[in-house]
Design a binder for this molecule. Structure first.
Ligand code: NAD
Length: 489
């Protein structure tokens, strides 16, 4: 088994995978860096529009090849084997995510890797259960009819993924698409493509026929845009920023592609007066600082009942100060580096905007003296929901604590956002939690915990947070076309 003990990634796949062949890209290479040091890890092959076209042709050929003929039970077996292989290579994959994303090595062991394996197992179970229905119809010019529906693959699916949890989100797109018999061209994020390429190698090892899944690493405006514009791609499944999501939807309209967009968030965490404050502070801090705050569902607007405000501000400031920043491979590290220098500077710019708008920094607010792209975990108090730091997605370890006086006001503030991905409610009153859950405009609501995600549950956002859902039965619907058949008897 390959290892990365020497913290170099050159022995792992870093080329294009097209039609079962690993090969160089015709757009040269791009440099993949270690965010914790700023040093180059590996030169990754870059796909051009021509390479993307070759990948799409390989994927399309398999829609009429061995793959199309393969029964769902066998597709399920391949997905289950892939889950086994993810578990076999869990240590390697954790290290790869730490190296490429800059996150502490223990975190992918808790989330990314088990979630990816669970996602492949979940969809392995669906693969032979994609059914239609029989629908009574009133006949056709006096003759009886027999009508039924079937669900068919959408076709060639282009998946464009982000860098924050690349293996996990790659799995969210790949497992349901393959379970339902589609073929794929995957464009991983240029900042952290390595785990996706290793996942592709595991799918090959699990017996996926060549050409069913192709990988085209490359730059967004080149490889990503070429995939989006390609006339033979039937659907784009995208996770990333609203700006790129909008461009993808506009481009996809030209060729009537189906589009699923999973975009960002500015998720509220509402702490009601009757909450278990200790648990709420701990969970809220996790929602701010886990994965360096580079989480689409990060709970960055902490809405606190005024009676608990000072206590929660102090608790979160303490949690921020307790974070240990440093080498992602050091077991003591609890928070890693941001993905690149540009993103670090963007996050620091938001911290300055918070100060300029009159919010007070109660923890962090700067850059530690470390190599790489670190930003201190930062908590702002005295925040108004109209400030830039409360309106815009920062995608870094920066939280805003906002007071409210009654639950209706909390819901009004929670919903006063262009985003609607997730929300958390902290309360001891379960009935009240259900009532409030019904009032929050978000694709996922968690009560007394942050980010209780599961592959059986639909995932996606309202408003600017996205269009469509992936995972669970919704993932099956999103990856199939429904056909109605009527036989005139
Ligand atoms: P990004 O939009 O810059 O990039 C995402 C992907 O799009 C990358 O693979 C990139 O190469 C590609 N891309 C860039 N320009 C493109 C173009 N013109 N055409 C086609 N593809 C293009 O986002 P990012 O910086 O990778 O990720 C951060 C964003 O992603 C945040 O806004 C975050 O909230 C969001 N995100 C959302 C979820 C979710 O599930 N909702 C999960 C993770 C991240």
């Amino acid at each position: 088994m390959t290892t990365i003990d020497d913290r170099r990634a050159t022995d792992l796949p870093h080329q294009l995978l097209i039609g079962g062949e690993w090969r160089d890209g015709s757009a040269g290479t791009f440099t993949d860096r270690n965010p914790a040091t700023g040093e180059a890890l590996v030169e990754v092959a870059a796909a051009s529009a021509q390479d993307v076209d070759a990948a799409v042709r390989a994927a399309r050929a398999q829609l009429e090849g061995d793959w199309a003929a393969m029964p769902g039970t066998e597709r399920g077996r391949i997905l289950n084997r892939t889950a086994d292989l993810i578990e076999r290579d869990a240590d390697l994959l954790c290290r790869l995510e730490a190296l490429d994303v800059g996150k502490p090595v223990g975190q992918p062991a808790l989330l990314d890797i088990p979630n990816a394996a669970a996602t492949f197992r979940h969809f392995a179970g669906w693969a032979d259960k994609i059914t239609g229905s029989s629908i009574p119809t009133a006949g056709y010019f006096g003759r009886p009819t027999h009508s039924y529906t079937v669900r068919e693959p959408v076709g060639v699916i282009g998946a464009i993924t982000p860098w924050n949890t690349p293996l996990m989100i790659g799995g969210w797109k790949i497992a349901p698409a393959l379970a339902t018999g589609n073929t794929m061209v995957v464009k991983p994020a240029e900042d952290a493509p390595l785990s996706t390429m290793h996942l592709a190698a595991l799918l090959e090892e699990a017996g996926l026929p060549p050409g069913v899944l192709n990988v085209v690493p490359g730059l967004g405006p080149d490889a990503g845009a070429a995939l989006t514009a390609h006339p033979d791609v039937d659907k784009i499944s995208f996770t990333g920023s609203p700006e790129v999501g909008r461009a993808i939807q506009i481009a996809a309209a030209e060729t009537f592609k189906r589009v699923t967009l999973e975009l960002g968030g500015k998720s509220p965490q509402i702490i009601l007066a009757d909450a278990d404050v200790e648990a709420a502070v701990q969970g809220t801090a996790m929602g701010l600082f886990f994965n360096q705050g580079e989480v689409c569902a990060a709970g960055t607007r902490v809405l606190v009942h005024r009676s608990l405000y000072d206590q929660v501000v102090d608790g979160l400031a303490g949690a921020a100060k307790a974070q240990v920043l440093g080498d992602p491979f050091d077991g003591a590290t609890t928070m890693g580096a941001l993905i690149n220098a540009k993103h670090r500077d963007r996050v620091l710019g938001y911290i300055e905007a918070g100060r300029a708008d009159g919010a007070s920094v109660v923890a962090g607010g700067g850059q530690p003296d470390l190599p790489g792209y670190f930003v201190e975990p930062t908590v702002f108090a005295g925040v108004d929901n109209d400030m830039t730091i409360a309106r815009e997605e920062i995608f870094g370890p920066v939280g805003s604590v906002i007071p409210f006086d009654d639950p209706d006001e909390a819901i009004r503030i929670a919903n006063a956002s262009r985003y609607g991905l997730a929300a958390t409610i902290w309360t001891r009153d379960v009935s009240h939690a259900h009532v409030l859950a019904g009032k929050v405009r978000a694709g996922a609501v968690w009560v007394n915990g942050w980010a209780a995600i599961n592959p059986a549950l639909p995932w996606g956002g309202m408003k600017t947070s996205g269009i469509g859902r992936e995972l669970g039965w919704s993932g099956i619907l999103a990856n199939t076309e429904e056909k109605a058949v009527t036989v005139i008897l």
